[in-house]
Design a protein around this ligand. Structure first.
Ligand SMILES: [Ca+2]
Ligand SMILES: [Ca+2]
Length: 556
């Protein structure tokens, strides 16, 4: 007969580490949850703590009374846990123990995400409960203690093999064949009190992985975590002798997605590329620019709002530690930390993304670099890390980091961008000097067109210095105004970040924009800007190495 642990929920987290006393003997208490055991409802859920009523419906409470003893009564609950401003507030009482609140759950490889605020001088804990085969009872399987000085993993350590004489002896004596370790592995960190943080704990088999504010801070192999989980538990403690407050919100529990594989499956990423051949071309005699030794590819269009939203969904769904999203973008962010989703606002999908810093562009390029990998092995498993290395090692020099040798995707440098925009070999129908003055394959000033204008030599720029009525247009809106290599909108629409460093602290801009005059599109014109600032008319395009084509399938 299977062991029935459903109604035996271990609740106590040993808070006594504050006081150097191990007090876990009272850990097992029966708790009857108010919810029905609906399997689907237990497998994936989110608690936003929008009403006090959901707290009473879903959560069970366990508190240590200041005068001694414990309580689980609903009448006592608001003294310890209550919903304030649609957030769960823990009111830790001035006693030896913290108090806990738990909710039923179901799953083996699971992900637990939430927002939390540490109480001053306090401790916050999160954990997962389940059947412990060592104890042959339900108990704490895997969890964390979070303090201002760091995060530590909690573990149950087996003392003796389950069927060993030593274990049998302990069992006969009524002892427990395990030792509870509060700080099985410690990640020293500085965690600010009283401000919101994002916390994610993933448990796959016995592997525990913890992300704080989107950054992986701890991994640990537990001894007892691979059993099915039955409850989520949140706890709060403090050494203060007065009531202190800690907070939780947006607690999400669900199955852990399959192990990350090749990140190339970025659904919805639709970058089109053109090949810039003619390797070893001469530079433009007028400017000295445009010579590129090798063949490369450049995006046919400016990076679009839709592509940037796809990027955000890929790298900023757990959290957005680098601030890649902001509300000045025409991109809606939905969901909560741990499961953010991003989508272009209606009508903006095909417009160039602007209000992105050069750093944002570098991170997009780093992500593309990993997407171009022929093997998934080299890519960081943590999605947030996909943006920090690859083409640019951002940690070292931030917005001034140089392109890494062997980069598979990058922001075009000046010669690459220039060649794609203005170069056209005379033998292939270009001008005698092999370079046009405008990126529209013309030397004469383009005309300012409306989207869909099929005339040659059209671009989206400002004809009249006082006319700010123009708007960004969808990329490729002028079908007969491409460069020789097939790029669109290198002149006008959005200014484009260039990899070149200017004045030691800035990055170059080229091509002019909707609010720039025709001169800004000229081959001789450059501008520059701070790599960490956003501008309402500056976007970017990307370049990459020519991909190696897979061998053709054998015909038979
Ligand atoms: Ca809330
Ligand atoms: Ca442009």
């Amino acid at each position: 007969m299977p062991f029935i642990w459903r109604h035996v929920v271990p609740i106590a987290i040993p808070w006594c580490l504050f006081h150097g006393v191990l007090l876990v003997a009272a850990a097992l208490v029966p708790v009857v949850h108010a919810t029905a055991d609906d399997a689907a409802a237990l497998t994936a859920w989110t608690e936003t703590f929008d009403t006090e009523e959901t707290l009473d419906r879903h959560w069970s409470y366990y508190g240590y009374l200041p005068e001694g003893g414990v309580t689980t009564t609903r009448e006592q609950r608001p003294r310890y846990w209550e919903v304030v401003n649609q957030e769960l507030r823990g009111n830790n009482q001035p006693n030896l123990h913290g108090s806990n609140i738990s909710r039923k759950a179901a799953g083996t490889d699971v992900r637990l995400a939430m927002r939390f605020k540490l109480p001053p001088n306090g401790i916050t804990s999160v954990g997962l409960l389940g059947y412990n085969p060592i104890l042959e009872r339900g108990f704490y399987l895997v969890g964390l203690h979070v303090r201002p000085t760091g995060i530590s993993a909690i573990d149950n350590t087996t003392l003796h093999p389950k069927d060993s004489p030593e274990a049998a002896k302990l069992k006969a004596e009524g002892g427990w064949n395990r030792r509870f370790i509060h700080d099985a592995k410690v990640a020293p960190l500085a965690i600010a009190e009283d401000v919101w943080h994002d916390l994610v704990m993933e448990v796959r088999g016995r592997e525990q992985r913890v992300l704080l504010d989107g950054r992986e801070v701890l991994t640990y192999t537990t001894l007892a975590a691979d059993e099915p989980k039955t409850d989520v538990i949140l706890g709060l403690g403090s050494e203060e002798k007065t009531v202190v407050h800690g907070y939780f919100d947006d607690v999400t529990f669900g199955p852990l997605a399959a192990a990350p594989s090749q990140p190339a499956a970025a659904a919805g990423l639709d970058i089109e590329w053109v090949t810039v051949g003619d390797p070893g071309n001469p530079s433009d005699a007028a400017t000295g620019r445009g010579a590129v030794a090798g063949t490369f590819q450049i995006s046919k269009y400016e990076v679009t709002v839709g592509q940037y939203a796809t990027f955000l969904s890929a790298v900023a769904s757990t959290a957005d530690p680098h601030g890649l999203w902001h509300d000045g973008l025409p991109i809606a962010r939905t969901g909560s930390p741990g499961a953010f989703a991003y989508a272009a606002a209606p009508g903006h999908d095909r417009e160039p993304v602007v209000r992105v810093t050069f750093l944002d562009a570098m991170r997009f390029a780093n992500w593309l670099h990993h997407l171009q990998a022929s093997s998934p092995a080299a890519a960081p498993a943590d999605a947030a890390q996909l943006t920090e290395t690859g083409a640019y090692e951002i940690a070292a020099e931030a917005g001034l980091a140089a392109r890494v040798a062997g980069a598979r995707a990058w922001i075009p440098n000046q010669d690459e961008w220039y060649k794609a925009a203005y170069h056209h070999p005379h033998a292939a129908g270009g001008p005698p000097g092999h370079y046009w003055r405008y990126p529209t394959r013309h030397d004469a000033q383009p005309t300012a067109g409306k989207a869909g204008d099929a005339s040659p030599n059209v671009a989206n720029f400002m004809l009249n210095e006082s006319d700010y009525s123009s708007r960004l247009v969808p990329v490729g809106s002028f079908p007969n105004a491409a460069s020789h290599y097939g790029t669109f909108d290198q002149g006008g629409n959005a200014w484009e970040w260039i990899e070149a460093t200017v004045f030691d602290t800035q990055r170059m801009l080229r091509g002019g924009a909707v609010f720039g005059s025709h001169e800004k599109m000229l081959s001789a014109t450059r501008s520059s800007a701070s790599p960490t600032r956003r501008y309402h008319d500056v976007g970017f395009r990307v370049a990459r190495a020519v991909p190696v084509e897979p061998p053709p399938a054998a015909a038979n």
